[in-house]
Ligand binder design. Sequence first.
Ligand code: G3P
Length: 226
Amino acid sequence: MKLIIDDADIKKIKEIYEFYPADGITTNPSIVSKTGRPPYEVLKEIREFIGEEGDLHVQTISQKAEDIVEEGHRIVAELGKTTYVKIPVTQEGLKAIRILSQEGYRTTATTIYTPMQAYLAAKAGADYAAPYVNRIDNLGANGIESVKVMQDIFKKNGFKTELVAASFKNSQQVQELCAYGIGAATLAPDVIKNLVFNPCNEAAIANFKKDFEGLCGEGKTMKDCE
Ligand code: G3P
């Protein structure tokens, strides 16, 4: 499962990349707007930092297929041919996904709430489909189970489309889908950090340090002990 950062704040992105094995960035219009900066300025900075091989998913705004396609052309012209054009799944969005995919562009179908929306995105040729785990839960449905059904649909129908699940609120949601073998999870920086921090290993590490210093002296490590 790829580990993607769902944020456009370059400071947070750099911090995550320093410590975690991240594979790329997803953004949406709300995430970009939080930076308060011109979108292409922000996105070019991200592209420059992650390089051509880093996954970058950038969302379109238009409603009509022809306009979405034009946005896709501009996004890729500005940010490079490896960029995924992220398109909300509507009737027009499905048409745009089909056109851009046939033109050889990489596409990510987004705002997915149901398995059949994911199925249609895959049929239209999307490289990725982005279901919203926590937002599905908030509708009274089951986000994790819905994403598992989407994964089964893709695998049993032989689609090449992978899932990039989004809208996670906790480690347990991430773990369940990681164990199920989905293609990617895109997580807010805080959710990524919570995958490693827990009071039990903090306590265990403190105890190891105390025992070692009892033997070798305060501040000593394997670098400078006798
Ligand atoms: O791109 C969609 C994703 O960012 C949604 O996450 O936390 O706003 O539900 P959230």
